[in-house]
Structures are given as structure tokens and as C-alpha cells.
Ligand binder design. Structure first.
Ligand code: TXA
Ligand code: MG
Length: 320
């Protein structure tokens, strides 16, 4: 069956999504970060389909998406610092790792903790309202591959494996939500994402030095892998050292390098030096580039604000 393409302007689009959930299949929905492959937490069959479609290892848990006004205490223990984070950043791209209460082991892959997030995207929120209960939604891409920030990007990767997709245009942020855990009175960033360290500090949260391991959320080193080699350079001279006509030389901001590349393919994610613009273009840019070049050579940008999440994705895209 070809994938059903829905637009938020179609009549009855929400009803169609709900019908598909009732038939125990996931639906691809836009969020403000990346597209998500959404399914009702209450349907073990639909949740299992997510793992099958993404070819995701079953030990990798799923984020539970909720509305901020719901009674969250039915699913997790929420302390004072978490409440403050929720009141400041929800709805929005901040996910919280919490001690779980009554959430199925299929969602959390057997862990005693659950990640909750209240997305800001109006399409996702309308579906949450209509369904009236939590939805799990990993990024809508094959496991270890690039995330998708347009409907076309999702279709290029998952194609007819998905029953339906709601096209919400290009995602605003382009990198996934930041995942944090509160430890004592400190906030630990487990996955860099759309909400930066600076955003948290600005509101007076003290950050603890995160002790990330490969089992920390979003920390598998091999992730976001393009189909051609991606090399990630900290040093400008190394970045520019080869001179292949079939290579792409990519920088994040225009100001990251002023080297000129006569006769070579050079691209910049944001000419106006805007990290948000760069992040929102990142994944679809790499998806297009992997079809056009034999290798992608990327220069690291500064580890500030969203630049940190961009560097994190690029470092992992370079692992083979
Ligand atoms: O922005 C986002 O967060 C997107 C949109 C679709 O909401 N979702 C997303 O989900 O990025 P996913 O599954 O691609 O990445 C979630 C990360 C995974 O690395 C997973 O291992 C981790 O969160 N995670 C989820 N639940 C967890 C749990 N209970 N314990 C530890 N890690 C968890
Ligand atoms: Mg993902």
C-alpha cells in the first residue's frame, strides 16, 4: 500500500490518524524538532511495529509524548526542579528522564526510568488532544541513519513501510530535543539538543558534569550515519587538506572559516551565522549531499549554544 499523505489542511486528517492508531499502526507526525514515528503507548502491537519499521534494537527505549497539562504523576515521579523545568520549557524541545510509575516495559525497554516530553508542534498537539493519552515517538528514520526534518526526507528513508504521514513542512529546530535528568538539585544534560546549556543556565539551573556512557540516552556513538563517509575536522587546515572534486566541504557557519576553495564544492549551512538556521538545515542537507558526493568533509563549529548539538550529531555521523 502506498503511504497515505495527509495535510493538516485536509478535512478529517486527525480522524484518519486516530483510525490508524486504532488499527495498531504508527503514523509519522511532525514535531518542532524532527519528524516522529508516533504510536499509542497503550498499543503494544503499534509500539512493536515502531521497532520493526525503524529496525531499532529492542533494548533502545522510546520517549513518551504528553500534554503538559495532563496529570504526569500517573507515569513518573516529578520533583520540584523537574516541575520548574516543565513550567519554563514545556511545551517545547526538552525531554526529562524520570523514575517511572506504571509505564510498560516495552516503552522503556525494561528500564525503571521513562523519558517524558511535551512537544510544541500544533499538529502533534492536536493528535494528542484527539487521542487523549500518551504517544511514543522516536525520530522517524531507520535506526542509526539520519533523522528527518521534512516529509520527503522521511519517505526517502522509510518509504512504504509507513502507513501514513502528516506533512507539517520543515521542522523548526532540526535537531532533537535535549534530554536531561535532575540529580539532586542539579541538571545533567544526557543528550545535547534544541535547548542549549546556556538556555538552562540563563534560568538559574546549575548543571552537573554529565557522565555520559554509550548507554546514556542518545549516546550511541554510531548514529546519524550518511551513506557516504563523513569526516569531521576540528582543524581548518586538515579539513581543507585534500582536493577531491567529488568531495563536499561543509561548514556550519560562514564565520567558521574564511578559506577560499577554488574549483571545489563548498557549502555553508548558515550564511548569516545563525545556529538555528544551520540546525534546521542539517539533516536534509546531509541526506541530499550523500547522493551527490563521494565524501562529506565537515569543519567543527564552536561548542556554544546550538553549535554543541550540531557538533554532537556531526561527530556521531562520522563514526563508521
Ligand atoms: O526531539 C525528539 O526528542 C524526537 C521527536 C520525534 O520527539 N524524538 C527522538 O526520539 O529523538 P529517539 O527515540 O530518536 O531518541 C530518544 C533517545 C534515544 O537515544 C533513547 O535511547 C533515549 O532517548 N531514551 C528514551 N527513553 C529512555 C529511557 N527510559 N532511558 C534511557 N534512555 C531513553
Ligand atoms: Mg533518533
Amino acid at each position: 500500500m502506498p503511504t497515505l499523505l495527509l495535510s493538516p489542511n485536509d478535512q478529517m486528517w486527525v480522524n484518519k490518524v486516530i483510525d490508524i492508531f486504532n488499527s495498531h499502526e504508527p503514523v509519522v507526525l511532525p514535531t518542532e524538532t524532527v519528524y516522529g514515528l508516533a504510536a499509542p503507548v497503550s498499543s503494544d502491537v503499534a509500539v512493536a511495529r515502531i521497532y520493526e519499521i525503524k529496525e531499532r534494537p529492542t533494548f533502545n527505549p522510546l520517549i513518551m509524548h504528553v500534554k503538559e497539562e495532563w496529570d504526569l504523576s500517573q507515569w513518573a515521579e516529578i520533583g520540584d526542579v523537574e516541575k520548574k523545568l516543565i513550567s519554563l520549557f514545556w511545551p517545547g524541545p526538552l525531554s526529562l528522564l524520570l523514575k517511572k510509575k506504571g509505564v510498560s516495559d516495552l516503552v522503556t525497554a525494561g528500564s525503571k526510568k521513562v523519558v517524558l516530553r511535551a512537544p510544541a508542534h500544533p499538529v502533534f498537539r492536536e493528535v494528542l488532544d484527539a487521542w487523549g493519552a500518551p504517544l511514543v515517538a522516536p525520530s522517524a528514520n531507520s535506526s542509526t541513519k539520519l533523522s528527518a526534518t521534512t516529509a520527503a526526507g522521511v519517505l526517502a528513508d522509510l518509504g512504504e513501510k509507513i502507513v501514513a504521514i502528516v506533512d507539517g513542512g520543515t521542522c523548526e529546530w532540526g535537531v532533537e530535543s535535549t534530554i536531561v535528568e535532575v540529580v539532586g538539585d542539579k541538571v545533567s544534560i544526557l543528550r545535547e539538543g534544541a535547548i542549549s546549556k546556556e538556555d538552562l543556565e540563563k534560568h538559574g539551573f546549575s548543571l552537573s558534569v554529565s557522565t555520559k556512557t554509550e548507554s546514556t540516552p542518545g549516546s550511541q556513538l554510531k548514529h546519524y550515519t550518511p551513506s557516504v563517509p563523513l569526516y569531521f575536522f576540528e582543524n581548518e587546515a586538515d579539513w581543507a587538506s585534500s582536493s577531491s572534486k567529488s568531495s563536499l566541504y561543509l561548514k556550519v557557519l560562514s564565520s567558521d572559516s574564511s578559506l577560499s576553495f577554488e574549483g571545489r564544492n563548498i557549502e555553508t549551512l548558515s550564511q548569516s551565522n545563525n545556529y538555528k538556521e544551520a540546525a534546521s538545515k542539517l539533516f536534509e542537507f546531509l541526506r541530499t549531499a550523500q547522493a551527490q558526493y563521494t565524501e562529506i568533509r565537515v569543519l567543527k563549529t564552536q561548542d556554544v549554544s546550538l553549535g554543541r548539538a550540531i557538533n554532537d550529531r556531526l561527530l556521531r555521523a562520522s563514526q563508521r
